[in-house]
Design a protein around this ligand. Sequence first.
Ligand SMILES: *Cc1c(COP(=O)(O)O)cnc(C)c1O
Length: 371
Amino acid sequence: MERFLQERLDALELSGGKRTLHVHKAQGLNLASNDYLGLASNIPLQQEFLRTLEDKPPLFSASSSRLLTGNVAAYEVLETTLARLFGTQSALVFNSGYHMNVGILPALCTDKTLILADKLVHASLIDGIRLSKGKFLRYAHNDLNHLETLLRTHHEAYEHIIVVTESIFSMDGDEADLKGLVALKHRYEKMVLYVDEAHGVGVRGESGLGCVQGCGCMGEIDILAGTFGKALASVGGYIACSALMREFLVNHMRTLIFTTALPPINLLWSTFVLERLSGFENARAQLAKVSTLLREGLVQKGYAHPSSSHIIPLMVGENAPTLKKARALQALGFYALPIRPPTVPKGTSRIRFSLTSLVQEADIRAILDVL
Ligand SMILES: *Cc1c(COP(=O)(O)O)cnc(C)c1O
């Protein structure tokens, strides 16, 4: 085995694709974080939360699956809060966004299910597709004409067609046309719409509920998924859905059933943040402002990019020059990270700027000066 491991690692190193884990310490301006609203680094907010914990039951472990004794009261509170905010019958919380996306499709799909996924969906969704019994086709990125062609072609042959997309795409920072997808759903009755808002929730919509709120599509998505680990500064995944969908998943979803439930303290913190989410409009506005500034500045400098959000890729191409550019930025105090295959398609290595509300306009001007 040792020899096999070494040879494969050497090959990776040669292609510039080898990764290492390094201990992260604050190094200049963090441009690689998903703490989009600055909540994960908001100490007063955390202290306020900690003061609410006196007289609470044990906090640090659920000690069991939700299907056994791990389904503590804090789950009910969090899921009720989610359903109320999103205006759905129900909600269901998972240990992580990865557990969520790896588990939903295998639970729902039979060999009579077709999955149509956007070409650029997240690895966790791809893994869910691979584990499922459904047939799988990709449609060209954000190309609803291509999607409709596939829907039309295959509508007869399947019982259900699950269309899977992100709202804001994690690597390109561009956005799905949710309104267009909802319109398709109204035309194709077998279509089920599954939208992952990992990068939209908290950031978009007048009360921070995501792109779905921003585009007036609340209540129109069958499986509205999001994660707590990014803007919401916690841990876990969730879907807002019908009561029937929730009941089905509780009975069939292996990544929900066969894992220890989240610690109560995380559930309480997620609820605490969610209840304050509508109040973070200043952070949302700041994030929108600096994002526009960087997007427009990059274009002015001749760097074409697809982004319309706070995730902004500076496309380089090959691995080596991407690493070099990232190191140069880091040396000047801008902690931006290179993203390489297999996270992104070959030949599209990039610096991924992931902005937060803690970034100031002067920071953006300084970054643009360096480039
Ligand atoms: C980060 C991410 C996930 C995974 O969520 P975790 O809670 O970090 O496991 C799922 N989907 C998308 C689109 C993501 O960006």
